[in-house]
Design a protein around this ligand. Structure first.
Ligand code: ATP
Length: 746
């Protein structure tokens, strides 16, 4: 019932609007003394108030109306009422000496009434097509408006481009204008010099128009290249800002595809298609204005026919857009298979599964192929319907124009001008319609880009704390942690422990105990759901990002190197470091020997993921990379397992000397034998044990310690601490904030 009322109230509002205008027309004689422009504005304002009230009423009852239509009613009311007086005012301002436009008195006429509704409908359809989500929609929807927002920094350039565009569009209007006038002169044959003048004027204006178009194109393409670069680097930077969990939840191929392929597609749409869209849009507006001036009835006919023509591509474009999105997704999946296969090429080879990998890739490509075929068909159908509807409009206008000519409603020259304007206008609309699906396709591609660009990392932003000296005292207090999306499977349950400066603390435990997860929290890859992580008594979140990672260095289980030289890998993230400094760090990690034996030494490229050196060598380089930072806290997560015995002893010596100099060291290992010299050994088994827990003793059965899920030796408060299992060496007071590894003479 509500729905029916809502739909009935709209035609009623239109009828009321029409009757009001007729009534105003009846009242007009007493208002003869008024200035016609003031009268037009007075009627327009009254009409605006009335239409706004009707729109409010329709919105109140219009729960059944589509959201887009409800949002559009008030702006439409303004457009319908103010269009005519704004147009005649602008015309009067632009040509003060010209005789007043016939439209000045046209507010009560049926054809002008129809024209305003036609234009308002046209604007509404265009708006709805270009900004389908509505202005206040907070979703990261792919809309032209959002892309335009990316262009804001180049606003001045766009103003210049718009200026050139206006000039070149106006120049183009000269040809039909002078052609029409020449026709009149030819027919009357009374002023041959005017004919020559017209030819000259037309030629000069056309050349001027071509020059401004050239400048505008150059400026536009240059600006668009800058925007492409900006979008791509903004997507890349916002991806880099995301928490580590994001990279686990999204496949590498998917992310790469968004940063490269999708931004390319969007950029192409912006640089080529949007240019065309603007070009045609601008000319369309000018042409339509001139058409109204030439023949109101023919312009009305065009305005009424055009919204119908625009509805067809909207329907076909929607289907095409959804297919384009699916093609992108399927391409990303195929990409993912390729990336995964290339990354694990050695594993693929060792299982002789090359055919299997090729088959899997082929299946994904087949899926993309089918979708591509469907997309191509949808594109062709959409193009076909566009051309057909454009043709129908053209034929209709020519037919109606011909009848007006025979009825003598327009002069021959004006008709020629109008037909030429109309042909250009139709062409502009046709191009708009043909370009629109491509822009829609880019909208589909841009959806994920904006999703990435606007995604807020699911981890608190880093603080600003960066004290000049740091002791490196780490405390983990009653920490509970589960990975994102696995809330029901906590990995760490009420863990408390302490890592003291000047001590080597070892954490030994079985696979899957949660040792690496604890390290991930210390590195702020994730945040615990409960509990606190303190560094020198301050929450880790308070520390500045670069500062924290220069003071807390991690050598992970499977260190990753980058496809660049050994020097660059060791100095990774530290900017220009001298060869001497890099060599010093490599010596301390016992990696210098093997590097020196390589033919290009420190300039040797290690290949993708460091695949061109051995696992042990990779670990050596990764240890050197950590030592070069001279960290106050060094975390080695099973980081020496692939080293040979000599290197292991060497690195061990280095670590213990670093600790003696006051640094904090956390050694993670599976076997006790690897950490026998540690000052304290914590049993990693307690990380996941639900309280109360009996820690299995590494020294044999029956010697475990009863704890409540606490792995640390000195945490006070409610949670009793697990006593260090073994070895408490007294090394005396440790220097606060001094150097551990970096500058000790060697
Ligand atoms: N990114 C992740 N997402 C979800 N669960 C994870 C993730 N990484 C690890 N886990 C789970 O967390 C638990 C602890 O893993 P973790 O890597 O911390 O163990 P670990 O003690 O370091 O083992 P290992 O000695 O084998 O390295 C495991 O059950 C593992 O399956």
């Amino acid at each position: 019932m509500k729905l029916a009322m809502a739909w009935v109230s709209l035609p009623l509002a239109v009828l009321l609007d029409f009757l009001t205008l007729r009534l105003a027309l009846l009242l007009c004689p007493p208002l003869q003394a008024w200035d016609p422009l003031a009268l037009a504005w007075g009627v327009a304002l009254a009409r605006w108030a009335l239409l706004s009230l009707s729109a409010q009423a329709a919105c109140g009852r219009g729960q059944g109306l589509p959201g887009g239509l409800r949002d559009a009613l008030l702006p439409l009311a303004a457009l319908l009422s103010l269009l005519l007086p704004s147009y005649v005012t602008l015309q009067a301002l632009a040509q003060p000496r010209a005789p007043p436009s016939e439209l000045l008195h046209g507010w009560g006429r049926g054809d002008v009434f129809g024209l305003t509704y036609g234009v308002a409908g046209l604007v509404a359809v265009l708006w709805h097509q270009l900004f389908p989500a509505g202005k206040g929609d907070p979703r990261p929807s792919a809309s032209l408006g959002r892309l335009l927002a990316c262009m804001r920094p180049d606003l001045l350039r766009f103003v210049a481009i718009a200026g050139f565009l206006v000039l070149s569009s106006l120049g183009e209007m000269a040809i039909p204008y002078y052609t029409g006038h020449m026709t009149d002169w030819i027919v009357s044959e009374n002023d041959p010099s005017a004919f020559v003048r017209a030819i000259w004027a037309m030629s000069l204006i056309t050349v001027g128009s071509a020059v401004t178009e050239f400048v505008s194109d150059c400026l536009y393409n240059g600006t668009m290249n800058r925007i492409h670069m900006r979008i791509q680097s903004r997507v890349f930077s916002s991806v880099l800002r995301q928490e580590i969990g994001f990279f686990h939840a999204n496949r590498t191929g998917d992310i790469t595809s968004r940063v490269t392929a999708d931004t390319d597609a969007v950029s192409e749409a912006l640089s080529e298609k949007l240019n065309l869209l603007m070009w045609c849009g601008m000319r369309g507006v000018f042409l339509f204005g001139l058409m109204v001036q030439g023949s109101l009835r023919l312009a009305l006919f065009t305005a009424v026919g055009l919204p119908l023509v625009l509805l067809v591509p909207k329907l076909s474009g929607k289907f095409h857009q959804s297919l384009a999105q699916r093609v992108q997704e399927s391409l990303a999946k195929a990409n993912e298979v390729a990336v995964e296969t290339f990354q694990a090429m050695a594993t693929v080879r060792s299982f002789a599964n090359e055919e299997g990998a090729a088959r899997r890739y082929g299946q994904r490509l087949q899926e993309t192929y089918w979708l591509n075929k469907q997309e191509a068909a949808a594109y062709a159908a959409s193009m076909w319907t566009n051309s057909l509807s454009g043709l129908a409009l053209k034929v209709g206008i020519l037919y109606y124009g011909g009848r007006l000519v025979t009825a003598g409603a327009v002069s021959t020259g004006d008709l020629v001008t109008f037909v030429l304007y109309e042909m250009q206008f139709t062409m502009a609309v046709e191009v708009l319609l043909s370009v629109y699906p491509s822009v829609q396709k880019a909208m589909g591609s841009s959806e994920k880009i904006f999703e990435y660009m606007e995604r807020t990392p699911q981890i608190s932003p880093p603080g600003t704390l960066a004290p000049p000296s740091l002791r490196g005292h780490l405390q983990v207090q009653d920490v509970w942690f589960s990975y994102p999306g696995r809330d029901d499977a906590p990995v760490l349950k009420g863990v408390s422990l302490e890592l003291r400066p000047g001590e080597v603390t070892a954490l030994v435990g079985p696979s899957g105990a949660g040792k690496t997860s604890l390290v991930a929290l210390l590195e702020r890859f994730y945040e615990p759901q409960r509990g606190r992580l303190l560094l020198d008594g301050r929450d880790l979140r308070e520390y500045e990002h670069h500062y924290l990672h220069s003071k807390v260095a991690l050598v992970s289980q499977k260190p990753v190197l980058f496809a660049r030289s050994l020097h660059e890998n060791i100095a990774y993230g530290l900017g220009g470091r001298s060869r001497q400094e890099v060599t010093g760090a490599a010596r301390r990690a016992n990696a210098h020997g093997f590097i020196a034996r390589l033919s290009h030494g420190y300039d040797t490229d290690v290949g993708e993921m460091g695949g061109q050196i051995s696992g042990g060598q990779r670990q050596g380089v990764a240890i050197a990379r950590a030592l070069l930072r001279d960290p106050r806290v060094l975390i080695l997560d099973d980081a020496t397992s692939a080293l040979d015995t000599e290197s292991q002893l060497w690195v061990e010596k280095e670590i213990y000397e670093g600790a003696q100099a006051g640094c904090t060291v956390l050694l993670i290992a599976h076997r006790l034998s690897a950490v026998e010299r540690a000052d304290r050994i914590l049993d990693g088994g307690v990380l996941r044990a639900p309280p109360p827990y009996v820690a299995p003793s590494p020294w044999g059965p029956g010697t475990g310690h009863r704890t409540r899920g606490c792995a640390g030796g000195s945490v006070s408060g409610q949670t009793p601490a697990l006593r260090p299992i073994v070895l408490q060496r007294d090394r005396g007071p440790s220097p606060a904030g001094g150097l551990c590894w970096g500058s000790r003479g060697r």
